[in-house]
Design a protein around this ligand. Sequence first.
Ligand SMILES: *[C@@H]1O[C@H](CO)[C@@H](O)[C@H](O)[C@H]1NC(C)=O
Ligand SMILES: *[C@@H]1O[C@H](CO)[C@@H](O)[C@H](O)[C@H]1NC(C)=O
Ligand SMILES: *[C@@H]1O[C@H](CO)[C@@H](O)[C@H](O)[C@H]1NC(C)=O
Ligand SMILES: *[C@@H]1O[C@H](CO)[C@@H](O)[C@H](O)[C@H]1NC(C)=O
Ligand SMILES: *[C@@H]1O[C@H](CO)[C@@H](O)[C@H](O)[C@H]1NC(C)=O
Ligand SMILES: *[C@@H]1O[C@H](CO)[C@@H](O)[C@H](O)[C@H]1NC(C)=O
Ligand SMILES: *[C@@H]1O[C@H](CO)[C@@H](O)[C@H](O)[C@H]1NC(C)=O
Ligand SMILES: *[C@@H]1O[C@H](CO)[C@@H](O)[C@H](O)[C@H]1NC(C)=O
Length: 420
Amino acid sequence: MAVAHSCSCCLQVVLLWAALWPALSLWTVALAATAVPAKLKAAPAPVVAGPVSRVEDARMFQIYYGRSFKVIKNSGDGKSYLLMQNTSKMAAKTKYCTGRIKSFVIPLANFSVDTTASPDLTCLQLLGVLESLKGITSNQVASQCVLQSYTSGNTQLVNRTDAQTLSKFSAEFISNIDEDKGCNFAAYVPLEEDTPLQRAEWIKYLGTFTNSEDRANAVYDAIKRNYLCLSKAAANLSTRFKPIVAWIEYTQGMWTFVKESYALQYVTDAGAEIVDATITNKRFNSSDSEDMDNFHAILCTVDVVIDQTYALEPAEYKLSTFLENINVSHDSCFSFVSNRSIWRFDKRIGASGTLDWYDGAISQPQLVLGDLIEVFFPTGNYTTIYFRNLAKEEGVTEIGPEMCTRSMSAPMEPITLPCQ
Ligand SMILES: *[C@@H]1O[C@H](CO)[C@@H](O)[C@H](O)[C@H]1NC(C)=O
Ligand SMILES: *[C@@H]1O[C@H](CO)[C@@H](O)[C@H](O)[C@H]1NC(C)=O
Ligand SMILES: *[C@@H]1O[C@H](CO)[C@@H](O)[C@H](O)[C@H]1NC(C)=O
Ligand SMILES: *[C@@H]1O[C@H](CO)[C@@H](O)[C@H](O)[C@H]1NC(C)=O
Ligand SMILES: *[C@@H]1O[C@H](CO)[C@@H](O)[C@H](O)[C@H]1NC(C)=O
Ligand SMILES: *[C@@H]1O[C@H](CO)[C@@H](O)[C@H](O)[C@H]1NC(C)=O
Ligand SMILES: *[C@@H]1O[C@H](CO)[C@@H](O)[C@H](O)[C@H]1NC(C)=O
Ligand SMILES: *[C@@H]1O[C@H](CO)[C@@H](O)[C@H](O)[C@H]1NC(C)=O
């Protein structure tokens, strides 16, 4: 995308940064406040007109506030975004689009999201800004109210290669940063984070673009409180029995243990233990009987299996599919078979098999944690949302627009699970 940079524009960038730096360093001090002497704590905070969000857990972005602007430092694409309030003089005069800095006028009048790559549209609903979602690049989404917004014509389908049309939105959020094709493109990369809470905190990132800081803070606080409470309860449960979990995946004829850190964190937080890390680097060829013997030997030691093997049609992935892939029979003596504990996270699916695991589950990790605690310490008194038990032939739930019962402008409330 061709953008003219005049010298005066470059100069403005320098001046802006010069103006920003004192505020930035003050803010850094404020963030570290718990660990610094009282003398430093007394340093005056920058004057900020509206509510602010502070990043507590996420690693990949930071937010700094000025009087009529905000700056997001986004480690996803290494850029800084200058968000200027639409009422400010700066907004009328300034536009940046360089390799290092981009500018946006906020609150965004409208925006689009590249939904062909893991979108997390549930965040927008928790914020209550779905009405401003005017464009999506794929209608294969797993969120009922986004489907509703699309069917009702509020949200249009846009060809993701059509840079001209995408440039008409106040912002286009993308999660694949290699697809950055315009000055209005903003990287939205919760999946780059390491832990479930870090991923969920990206609601604060979106909230800065819509001046929804208060809402973003309230939602994240509620989710985090519930998550930490559940995790504490799980730790208590696991003092008597700690189930051993194999979180595995079958691709191109090879079985592997999943290593994504957020997944391991979920297992630990739900009071279980994942199969030893030294084993998890191995790959097991399903056509090689020696490999399969080794794989079976490890599986003999586990209580629960989570199978994240990709399925084009999740509904067709059954217990028999899994047993065939691991080459064991129904009456085998593996404890996860006899105890019937073989799970997949594809219970909620949208059109064309899109998983809500890659959308709603990112925004509401407390629900995933609640599921896993039930998986590891079954009460029989809790209906899982994301996980289905293959061993009990549990099926999938298909999500359609008719399941949306909220008005589009009404914010969705996060679900808080019972926890003492
Ligand atoms: C700024 O944004 C608000 C909220 O979208 C809108 O009501 C207002 O008209 C905008 N003001 C200007 C000057 O664009
Ligand atoms: C999107 O646009 C490209 C060219 O810009 C075209 O080749 C492609 O077929 C379009 N895709 C759809 C689904 O219309
Ligand atoms: C988005 O808002 C901008 C600014 O108000 C407007 O110029 C543009 O036409 C809108 N785009 C869409 C696709 O609604
Ligand atoms: C931990 O579990 C015990 C029963 O095993 C229970 O009495 C106690 O209240 C629990 N503590 C917490 C913090 O949940
Ligand atoms: C798996 O093993 C089979 C039989 O030994 C072999 O032909 C195949 O190349 C192996 N696959 C991989 C990916 O190594
Ligand atoms: C699969 O299981 C059958 C029956 O137990 C066995 O004969 C065969 O060798 C196994 N195949 C592999 C690749 O382990
Ligand atoms: C099987 O499940 C029961 C309760 O669900 C548990 O008490 C038992 O320890 C499990 N057995 C094994 C071998 O994991
Ligand atoms: C099942 O859950 C309900 C609501 O949380 C609770 O009132 C009830 O005591 C639970 N029953 C058992 C057997 O745990």
